[in-house]
Design a protein around this ligand. Structure first.
Ligand code: BTN
Length: 244
């Protein structure tokens, strides 16, 4: 295990990507910091963390052969790894909000940022950033955020939680090539927030709102939504927001 602990950095994902670009680093290297100063989230958003209340780390994983069309397997594997850990410590109603937000009930506990490096239609390596709210007491302007310590009656130790999440993610990632898309998809959909429920969506471009029912995810990792008219659409993460 190659663990790099930094006192502070802008973003563990940026740091690890830069490192991988410049030197040969061991597979499954992890970079962790208590002071992430410019945390990056999905869709160009930031990521809020505090030195005492958060876990912010990134994992570097190489693949011999992983076709680009299998990219969503990475998101599914890491989401399921985190769900497994949270369920083991009895976090209530741990769920995945597509594509890879981790919720307890309808509040966000963790976010995942997957950044792949491609060569000839293959994913050569990936940097998976995980931000987890462990014991943040107050979230400025983030009414939908919550911490692990508020969602379980078990004692939560940040170092132990990091260790078990890291190891569980690595276990899932090591099995990625031998686990079929369908097996991951089935587990992922079992934990998918709002599956088979009427939900409100917003078109990310036109801001138009509409109702629909999430029926699952496609082979490309797009969300399958049945609209009012009974019409089924597959939508990508840049096209749609689930309002909840
Ligand atoms: C999201 O939900 O928008 C994804 C958030 C990912 C945050 C983590 S924290 C560690 C790693 N470094 C970053 O800059 N981002 C990810």
């Amino acid at each position: 295990m190659n663990i790099i602990k930094l006192h502070a950095t802008d973003s563990t994902n940026t740091y690890l990507k830069e490192m991988a670009r410049n030197i040969a680093i061991p597979d499954e290297t992890v970079v962790i910091t208590e002071n992430q100063q410019k945390g990056r989230g999905q869709r160009g958003n930031g990521w809020f963390s505090t030195p005492e209340g958060s876990l912010t780390f990134s994992i570097f994983k190489e693949f011999d052969v992983l076709p680009v069309r299998d990219h969503f397997k990475i998101s599914m594997a890491v989401s399921l790894a985190i769900i497994e850990v949270l369920e083991n410590i009895k976090v209530i109603r741990a769920m995945i909000k597509w594509p890879n937000d981790i919720l307890s009930g309808n509040k966000k506990l963790a976010g995942i940022l997957v950044e792949n490096s491609l060569v000839n239609e293959r994913i050569k390596f990936t940097v998976i950033g995980i931000g987890l709210n462990v014991g943040i007491g107050h979230f400025p302007d983030l009414p939908r955020a919550i911490s692990v310590s508020e969602c379980t009656e078990e004692p939560v130790n940040r170092e132990e939680l990091f260790d078990v999440i890291f190891k569980t993610c690595v276990r899932y990632l090591q099995k990625l090539n031998t686990t079929t898309f369908d097996v991951l998809q089935q587990e992922y959909e079992r934990h998918l927030f709002h599956i088979n429920e009427v939900s409100l969506f917003e078109n990310a471009r036109t801001m138009e709102r509409f109702q629909g029912i999430i029926r699952g995810i496609s082979r490309e990792g797009e969300l399958i939504v049945e609209t009012d008219s009974g019409f089924t659409r597959q939508v990508g993460v840049k096209e749609l927001r689930l309002l909840y």
